[in-house]
Design a protein around this ligand. Structure first.
Ligand code: NAD
Ligand code: IPM
Ligand code: MN
Length: 370
């Protein structure tokens, strides 16, 4: 049986609460003999800052580098509002993404049939929804230099962030988007703003060239990112795969989250390039949501985004497709039974907390395994 090194970083706020439920599910799959998981745990975000003054330590970075997959909870919160910029909790996540080369962030937005009524949108707009946002994750305005606040001669301050993309960065994320669309409905929508941004001009050119040269039989459409945000709430089912830069992907995926009913439902996978020698790729799995300071400590957080992120780890890092399908089915069945965390409640449903939701999914896994 394969042994997989799993490095768990629960983080701050609701991160440790939802990760606790994932750990039980990991343990269950281990006991079932699906795989053997060698688990290490570390600190990230405010928790790491409190322990050793950095958003992630070098030794935890080394464990992340050595892992087959990292499971990440969430970071941040008001407690760390005044820590120096380079040590803020979010810096730990950005360091992981950059150092591990996790350039491809997959954010699927699926509307579970039972949740069509939980969305703030009309059921017919989202019923059957299954779209995938492919967000470039190691470039753009998140990492471009200069990035600074300088004081001018007249005493004013001037803040600068730099949006930068190179041809090869756009090429590789474009290929990821088309390869994934091949396994879905063969359509890629590329969102940028070539009307105001030079990086948008290059983005559009490169996506067009790669499409023509390598994926000409598939459908490509270009959409301005602001229009894409509007289209996502107007008629999201027009999309299959949306490919976009780091910042647009951040914003569009929060919009997409609400199509599924809640930010508490959206998982993600952040993947690096395949190592040609081993066929392996670095990977980190995390919910799209943050540390939810407003509900942290109340036991009300929805663990499904993080549980479904582990399902993506089973699929993309451990090639345990049957186990991933089973976990997805368990989530679907529990939702169909009417159990809900507060963020996805609707009429005639029964509201439960984080641990009860984790337990219900585990029980359904037991049932499916019989
Ligand atoms: P957030 O995602 O933490 O919360 C936004 C809203 O969604 C809140 O009302 C919250 O209660 C709700 N929500 C989020 N996840 C939920 C869940 N699992 N179940 C139920 N409700 C849920 O975003 P924010 O409030 O803008 O940010 C809070 C902190 O989190 C900030 O410090 C931010 O930088 C950080 N953040 C971290 C990550 C990450 O670690 N990957 C992602 C986003 C934001
Ligand atoms: C996300 C988050 C992060 C981002 C923050 C916490 C750095 O919002 O993963 O969506 O902006 O990428
Ligand atoms: Mn975000």
């Amino acid at each position: 049986m394969a042994t997989h090194k799993l490095f768990i970083l629960p983080g701050d706020g609701i991160g440790p609460e939802v990760m606790g439920e994932v750990e039980k599910i990991v343990g269950w799959f281990g006991k079932q003999g699906v795989a053997s998981f060698e688990i290490e745990r570390g600190l990230v975000g405010g928790a790491a800052y409190d322990a050793h003054g950095e958003a992630i330590s070098n030794s935890d970075m080394a464990l992340a580098q050595a892992a087959d997959a990292v499971m990440f909870g969430s970071v941040g919160g008001p407690k760390w509002a005044d820590v120096p910029y380079s040590k803020r909790p979010e810096a730990g996540l950005l360091r992981l993404r950059k150092a591990l080369g996790l350039f491809a962030n997959l954010r699927p937005a699926i509307c579970f049939p039972a949740l069509a009524a939980a969305s703030s949108l009309k059921p017919d707009v989202i019923e059957g929804l299954d779209i995938l946002i492919v967000r470039e994750l190691t470039g753009g305005v998140y990492f471009g230099e200069p990035k600074e606040i300088v004081t001018l001669e007249d005493g004013q301050q001037r803040a600068v962030d730099t949006q930068v993309y190179t041809t090869s960065e756009i090429e590789r994320i474009t290929r990821v988007a088309f390869e994934l669309a091949k396994t879905r409905r063969n359509k890629v929508s590329s969102a940028e703003k070539h009307n105001v941004m030079k990086s948008g001009v290059l983005w559009k050119q490169v996506v067009t060239r790669i499409h023509k040269a390598e994926f000409a039989s598939m459908e490509l459409e270009h959409v301005l990112a602001d229009n894409c945000a509007m289209q996502l709430v107007r008629w999201p089912k027009q999309y299959d795969v949306i490919v976009c830069d780091n910042l647009f992907g951040d914003i569009l995926s929060d919009v997409a989250a609400m199509l599924t009913g809640s930010l508490g439902m959206l998982p993600s996978a952040s993947l690096g390039a395949e190592d040609p020698a081993t066929g392996k790729r670095k990977a980190l799995y995390e919910p799209v949501h943050g540390s939810a300071p407003d509900i942290a400590g109340t036991g009300a957080a929805n663990p499904i985004a993080t549980i479904s992120s582990f399902s993506m780890a089973l699929r993309y890092s451990f090639q345990a497709i049957e186990a991933a399908d089973m976990l997805d089915k368990a989530v679907t069945n529990v939702l169909a039974s009417g159990l809900r965390t507060a963020d996805i409640k609707s009429d005639n449903t029964h509201v439960i907390g984080t641990t009860a939701m984790g337990a219900a999914i585990l029980k359904e896994l037991e049932h499916l395994a019989r």
